[in-house]
Design a protein around this ligand. Structure first.
Ligand code: HEM
Length: 449
């Protein structure tokens, strides 16, 4: 993600964090600490798997808690009655922030954006996924996009494969791929990609530059972001109007036409926009970070690269391991305690916000033996927490997995080697709660024959 706002984030971007040596030095949300998360997770697992953040719950008199153990996060995401989603701005992806009426009540659009009207209860939550998103981006619907994704992967490789032997992999491959794929699935014009990328960055700005576990932005930042997102909303509304008039074979058209059986009715424009907004925020940078992190792993492990070249069936295990070790969404404050509970002896009063550290769960040595190692034979490797689990599991996991798999199938086919470009990489990641490489300079040789 490039900096695309008037706000000055250079201090956050350039901060160098100190590697923690004990619990007192662990601060997951401190400037530059993203470079030391694995070390921090190890300390938290051993000494403070349920870590209290005083005064940072759903109200000023409640607390936040960082949860890092796999089993605890597993139990929490599978118990939506005890641990529902909290209702503050950062919790819904930030998309509805600023969308309230003058008296502070959420607007009808904010409601639709949070998908409240389409899934007011857990049963409808499931129906929403099965009927509205699975056919396009879920495990059932994603495979039909294989030819389209393969075409874009090959086009991106064509752009540089004969031009030299070095690329900046993030800009030349990992970032444009999900943007091309999602824009096509949504049925929006590909010539709008540049502005859509800018809006995509505004959608996730909270998760990159927001402060603390609740991703809090200043009033000024909120305003600036609301302006960008307002433009995006107008754009999406135009697409919805266009597709209602002239439906084609794409997700926007589908949502304007479908009868939502669970409620026996069509969707309003605001509801369609709400679903589309989620697809756009979820579908871009996360997959970008996964593909970039996987490239880093392969460039650092020539043997692994050769293993994939020798046996393409191992690619899917590699993608799961890549996502496990470098989860793009490291943590989200997406659950609250609906009643007083206790986890590992720590009392968690009603109203507390739980920051689920998916990236830490994935590196929990009690769950994954030698967690930092890529192990293509790990049993049931897809059980990682990268997409979360349970009823709120990421609805776009299917399309993201497809993109990653096809990317490596084609790259492994078309390249003989990939290596780190000497002296050009600092492997720094952007700030916030996502784990995204700023850039990755690679050298490659083209496959012969
Ligand atoms: C590697 C890529 C991705 C990662 C790591 C990721 C991760 C996540 C996580 C951790 C959640 C939160 C689940 C929870 O609260 O328990 C989530 C939710 C969500 N994701 Fe993804 N995601 C990815 C790709 C995608 C894609 C490709 C899309 C869309 C096509 C998408 C759309 C969404 C949406 C709409 C939600 C909110 C679901 C809800 O409100 O119930 N994500 N994702």
């Amino acid at each position: 993600m490039t900096q695309s706002t008037a706000s000055d984030y250079s201090e956050m971007i350039n901060a160098v964090g100190k590697c923690p040596i004990d619990l007192g030095e662990v601060d997951l949300f401190g400037a530059g600490q993203q470079e030391h998360w694995p070390e921090s997770y190890k300390i938290l697992h051993e000494e403070s798997p349920v870590q209290r953040i005083p005064g940072e719950g759903s109200t000023p008199d409640t607390d936040g808690f960082v949860i890092t153990k796999y089993q605890d996060i597993y139990d929490i995401v599978r118990d939506p009655q005890t641990f529902p989603q909290p209702g503050f701005a950062g919790a819904d992806g930030g998309g509805t922030a600023g969308m309230s009426t003058e008296d502070g009540e959420p607007s009808a659009l904010a409601d639709a954006m949070a998908l409240n009207t389409l899934r007011p209860n857990l049963e409808l939550h499931k129906a929403h996924r099965i009927e509205l998103t699975d056919p396009w981006v879920g495990a059932t619907g994603a495979p039909r996009h294989r030819p389209m994704v393969t075409k874009f992967v090959d086009q991106l490789i064509d752009n540089w494969i004969d031009k030299g032997e070095e690329i900046e992999f993030v800009e030349d491959f990992a970032a444009p791929l999900p943007q091309l794929v999602m824009t096509t699935i949504l049925g929006w014009p590909l010539e709008d990609i540049d502005i859509l990328r800018k809006w995509g960055q505004a959608q996730v700005r909270r998760f990159v530059y927001g402060k603390g576990h609740r991703n809090i932005m200043s009033d000024e930042e909120e305003l600036e972001n609301a302006r960008d997102l307002g433009e995006f909303m107008e754009y999406v509304q135009e697409q919805v109007t266009r597709k209602r008039r002239d439906p084609q074979e794409d997700m926007t058209s589908f949502l304007t036409q479908v009868t939502y059986k669970a409620m026996n009715r069509k969707l309003t424009d605001n509801e369609v926009i709400g679903v589309l907004f989620g697809m756009h925020i979820g579908g871009l940078e996360t997959t970008q970070y996964a593909i970039a992190a996987e490239a880093e792993l392969l460039a650092q492990n020539p043997e692994l690269w050769r293993e994939l070249k020798a046996d393409r069936s191992k690619i899917r295990f590699f993608a799961e391991e890549g996502m496990r070790i470098h989860a793009p969404t490291q943590g989200l404050s997406t659950r609250m305690a609906a009643k007083d509970v206790e986890i590992r002896g720590v009392p968690i009063p009603k109203g507390s916000i739980l920051h689920l550290r998916y990236g830490a769960a994935n590196l929990d040595a009690e769950e994954f033996n030698c967690p930092a190692e890529v192990d293509l034979t790990r049993p049931n490797t897809g059980r990682h927490m990268t997409f979360s689990q349970g009823i709120r599991v990421c609805p776009g996991a299917g399309i993201s997995r497809l993109e990653q798999n096809i990317a490596w199938e084609r790259l492994v086919d078309r390249l003989e080697t990939i290596e780190l470009a000497p002296g050009k990489n600092d492997f720094r990641h952007q700030p916030g709660i996502m784990l995204g490489l700023w850039e990755l300079h690679l050298q490659f040789t083209k496959a012969t024959g």
